[in-house]
Design a protein around this ligand. Sequence first.
Ligand code: HPA
Length: 270
Amino acid sequence: MAVSDALRVLQGKAPFVPELAIVLGSGLGALADSAEARAGRAIPFTDLPGFPAPTVAGHGGRVVFCEFEGRKVLLQAGRFHFYEGHPMPLVVAPMRLYGRLGVRAVLLTNAAGALNPAFGVGDLMALTDHINLFGTNPLIGPNVEPGPRFPDMTAVYDPAFRNQLKACAQGLGQTLREGVYLGLTGPSYETPAEIRAFRTLGADAVGMSTVPEAIVARHEGLRVAGISCLCNMAAGILPQALTHQEVLAAGAAAAGRFEALVRAFVRTLP
Ligand code: HPA
């Protein structure tokens, strides 16, 4: 897909260049319905040429430009998952748009399953790194200039942002886990054997998003922060099956803590 048409429309409607874009994951979209967001400017994805409507329950499908905690922020409710059958260029198109709009940083949030047995359902985890098991890379194809052909991925998740998240959590009296997010396509959840294998690979959480976006955000030169809401223990860790309803319910239960942490993060942006 050509991002340029969508960019022209977005530039025409954007009231300002946001300091930060926040991608709200499954079950974490309530911020896009906050009073600040309702006072902001919402643009449905379907207004942007080449962007379809998201299909998954719990995903809204719009960007909202708003003043949030005194800062200029873009909230993205809903995202395009690879498992929906969307081509990878669409999955990462929002990151291209934000980069070209002049946004300097993105906070990627998601619902994930916990592999680390020390973590629990409802915990929030700051991403320290990721493992890409999508079986593809969003940068395959002609290089999108001016990003480098072989971008460095040594510190995808900005260490200063991570320290800031830790300080925010501490100030709120929250426990914030830290760990490695392993991303794969889904939509089937993992088998217990896969989860055992991923633990030996060093993963703390597993999910179906975020990794392609983080790679492209870095390619665009954006600073990246990531937060997972650990909505279930990964397959085989507990003697029970996994359901999307369980994931959404755990997200809803963690929503208050998630919102407080995101608000503190925005408030304390450098
Ligand atoms: N696996 C993959 N994706 C997920 C999970 C999981 O256990 N929970 C929420 N998203």
